[in-house]
Design a protein around this ligand. Structure first.
Ligand code: ADP
Length: 303
């Protein structure tokens, strides 16, 4: 059983010919609203990949909160642990994309999911303690994140942290983590090692293992993905697909990766499942809606 304790935000994406400069108003062409947030995206990816997953998150008492619950109900996901904040609004990401260049500007307001309280955590304690794998990211308030890590660590739950968005983590937290899954820039922030190839990834992974993380995965975008434990390390190449939209590739990777771990697969097999899930997600537009299902994953995995 997998528990994802993380963020939900509504992605509000507008496209425009040129990004506005401060003080300027520009006309846009299209607008799309959809479910987002790393916690939510990764939970959806794991669910579609076939894992038994429960998402713990928090929304506001507003129409965006309903976007979350409607979406999970449609996906057939458990909505029992979607807490509702009495005051804070549902988180949102204001995304502006420039048409020709695909450059973007993004403002994320975490809102309710940045306001996880002790009470919310106590209500989820039994769920966390009875899970096999807990998957976390760095988009909820850090006091809550550390508390959740403590509970899972004390209960012997396998803790996987996708250290995104990039941030440093204190040594006493890193020691409690079973697996971290940064991308190359996040790994650089955590370790100070600049990553340009597999050798650099190995160096960064060694730094993290010296700090007490048990196993390390580093996603390398178009270079593929890397994993290391205390016995060996391996770099798998990026799979060849028609890439249409790479947003959410990391989220897809993490979802596929924890699904495989939850099924008892070893680190390096899970690395391959993550790599396949990430690759399939870039062949479709969007984030959560572009997550592949188990059938597609198994078909591509077998090829
Ligand atoms: P993030 O989205 O966090 O920056 P990455 O860019 O590292 O994460 O992508 C995560 C994983 O998704 C990669 O390790 C790889 O397995 C897969 N992936 C990403 N981009 C591609 C691509 N263009 N083709 C195939 N697989 C990809």
């Amino acid at each position: 059983k997998v528990v994802v304790f993380g963020s939900f935000v509504v992605d509000l994406t507008g496209r425009t010919r040129t990004l506005p400069v401060p003080g300027q108003t520009v006309m846009g062409s299209t607008f799309v609203m959809g479910p987002g947030g790393k916690g939510s995206n990764q939970a959806v990816a794991a669910h579609r990949a076939g894992a038994d997953v429960t998402l713990v998150t928090k929304v506001g008492k507003d129409v965006f909160g309903k976007v979350a619950t409607d979406f999970y109900e449609k996906e057939g996901m458990n909505t029992e642990y979607i807490f509702v904040d009495e005051e804070k609004e549902t988180g949102c990401a204001l995304i502006t994309v420039e048409e020709g260049t695909a450059q973007n500007e993004i403002v994320v307001i975490s809102g309710a999911c940045g306001n996880i309280t002790e009470e919310d955590i106590e209500k989820s304690r039994a769920l966390i303690e009875s899970s096999d794998i807990l998957l976390l990211q760095l988009e909820i308030n850090f006091d809550a994140l550390y508390k959740v890590i403590d509970i899972a660590h004390a209960a012997g739950v396998t803790i996987v942290v996708n250290t995104a968005p990039a941030a440093e983590l204190p040594a006493e937290i890193l020691k409690k983590l079973d697996i971290v899954t940064p991308n190359e820039t996040e790994a650089q922030i955590l370790t100070g090692v600049k990553i340009e190839n597999g050798d650099d990834a190995k160096k960064a992974a060694e730094v993290l293992m010296e700090k007490g993380v048990k196993q390390v995965v580093i996603t390398l975008g178009s270079m593929g993905a890397f994993a290391m434990n205390n016995e060996k390390y391996e770099l798998v190449e990026r799979l060849s697909v028609d890439a249409i939209d790479t947003t959410g590739a990391g989220d897809a990777f993490n979802g596929g990766f924890v699904m495989a771990l939850a099924e008892g697969k070893d680190l390096f097999t899970a690395l391959r499942y993550g790599n396949v899930t990430g690759a399939l997600s870039v062949t479709r537009k969007g984030t959560a809606p572009s997550m592949p299902d188990r059938e597609a994953i198994d078909r591509f995995y077998a090829e």
